[in-house]
Design a protein around this ligand. Structure first.
Ligand SMILES: Cc1ncc(COP(=O)(O)O)c(C=O)c1O
Length: 407
């Protein structure tokens, strides 16, 4: 893999901050965008901009075709059976709010038993708060799968909780704090034995690991474009067609309707039923280009590179006195979270920023994980295809220097 060639495709990386070369290790928050993605979105606004699905004229038809082509590309990328199983959303958060709201309406009209939803103890707030608010509105219950000190889910407890009758299971594929890759395929299989649908939060997995929703057999899979080299403001929701047919719409307005009178409205077919209003067409086309960019690479090689970066980082950081890693599962993805005795993560992050190193500090939108490990926050370095071994050296030296200064 030629990293220099890859880096040349990401102009933003080639800059200095505070007089030092930028070392960007905040990829779990958002990845940088390659030129081809930026140009695709720009081209749309330069030559193709038009509202879709509504006009008979040339530009509108062209934009509509491009948008629907992007949908097919996403469907192929996650190996969905049909393009209508892909709903474009603003991202993971909107996809999960859509699901929580639609399930709430569906379940209230079809079931009398207590509303329970099962999540895990390592969820991002986006996969926790929408479900929590939904069950609380109906005096229901959020069931939570615990994890051990290494950040591995307790599957025996999961099985017990499945027996308590949750209506939906919603689980992170990869934890954005711990890096744990959860055994989602197995967890889907277990939930299906009790006829419970499963949502997978793929925000942290889709850029780094090939996704096959049919193989996983999940009922829903949600993701954000901006974490997979695509623009912000676009993402998706895969849902099995049967489920999407059953769920009521989430938002109402133009495009999602079939017929409207003052007395009654009937809804459009999939996927339009879930896409009210004007979508972010330019970003959807950028997402398609990001997917084509990923497909142009040897993804196994990219994955192996990111794991090597992770291993080298862990090995070098381990030599720092008083360091503790948060998340030490065997099945790990390319990010590392840690704390150093006596040093606040925020102070460490601020000092290494001045050395040109961008990492994230804090609770990473997963406060219950911090509570579980009794921490105010962690420092998190997360990798992408364009990071180099030299950047790992710069990062580790920066942490060592900051630790010396702060102690
Ligand atoms: C695991 C996980 N789920 C959900 C989200 C929310 O993603 P977004 O802010 O793009 O909607 C994130 C973002 O960091 C995440 O890491």
């Amino acid at each position: 893999m030629n990293i220099n060639e890859i880096r040349r495709k990401f102009p933003v990386l080639d800059q200095q901050v505070y007089g030092k070369p930028l070392v960007y290790l905040d990829n779990a928050a958002t990845t940088q965008k390659p030129l081809c993605v930026i140009e695709r979105e720009r081209d749309y606004y330069l030559h193709e901009n038009c509202n879709i699905h509504r006009g008979v004229h040339y530009l509108s038809q062209k934009a509509t075709e491009a948008y629907e082509h992007a949908r097919q590309t996403v469907a192929d990328f996650v190996h969905a059976k049909e393009a209508r199983e892909i709903i474009f959303t603003r991202g993971t958060t909107e996809s999960l709010n859509l699901l929580a709201t639609s399930f709430e309406h569906l379940l209230l009209s079809t079931s009398n038993s207590q509303l329970k939803v099962l999540v895990t103890s390592m969820e991002h707030h986006s996969n926790l708060v929408p479900w929590q608010q939904m069950v609380q509105r109906h005096h229901g219950q959020l069931l939570v799968v615990p994890m051990d000190d290494k950040g591995v889910l307790d599957l025996n407890r999961y099985e017990e909780l499945l027996k308590e009758g949750p209506k939906v299971v919603s689980i992170a594929h990869i934890s954005n704090v711990l890096g744990t890759i959860n055994p989602v395929k197995e967890m889907v299989k277990m939930a299906h034995q009790y006829n419970i649908p499963v949502v997978i939060d793929g925000a942290q997995s889709i850029a780094h690991h090939p996704i096959d929703v049919q193989d996983l057999d999940c009922d829903f899979f949600v993701f954000s474009g901006h974490k997979m080299y695509a623009p912000m403001g676009i993402g998706g929701l895969y849902g099995k067609a049967d489920w999407l047919e059953k769920l009521p719409p989430y938002q109402f307005g133009g495009e999602m309707v079939d017929t409207v009178s003052f007395e009654k409205t009937t809804f459009n077919v999939l996927p339009y039923k879930f896409e009210a209003g004007t979508p972010n067409v330019g970003a959807a086309l950028g997402l398609e280009t990001a997917i084509q960019f990923l497909q142009s690479l040897d993804r196994k090689e990219v994955e192996a590179h990111e794991i090597l970066l992770l291993q080298k980082t862990i090995q070098q950081l381990s030599e720092i006195d008083g360091i503790h890693f948060i998340g030490e599962a065997e099945q790990r993805s390319g990010l590392v979270s840690f704390v150093i005795d006596g040093i606040h993560p925020y102070d460490l992050g601020t000092i290494i920023d001045k050395m040109g190193v961008a990492v994230r500090t804090g609770h990473h939108c997963a406060e219950p994980v911090m509570t579980r490990f009794n921490l105010p926050g962690t420092v998190r370095a997360s990798f992408a295809m364009y990071n180099t071994m030299e950047e790992v050296d710069v990062f580790v030296k920066a942490v060592q220097r900051a630790a010396t200064m702060l102690r």
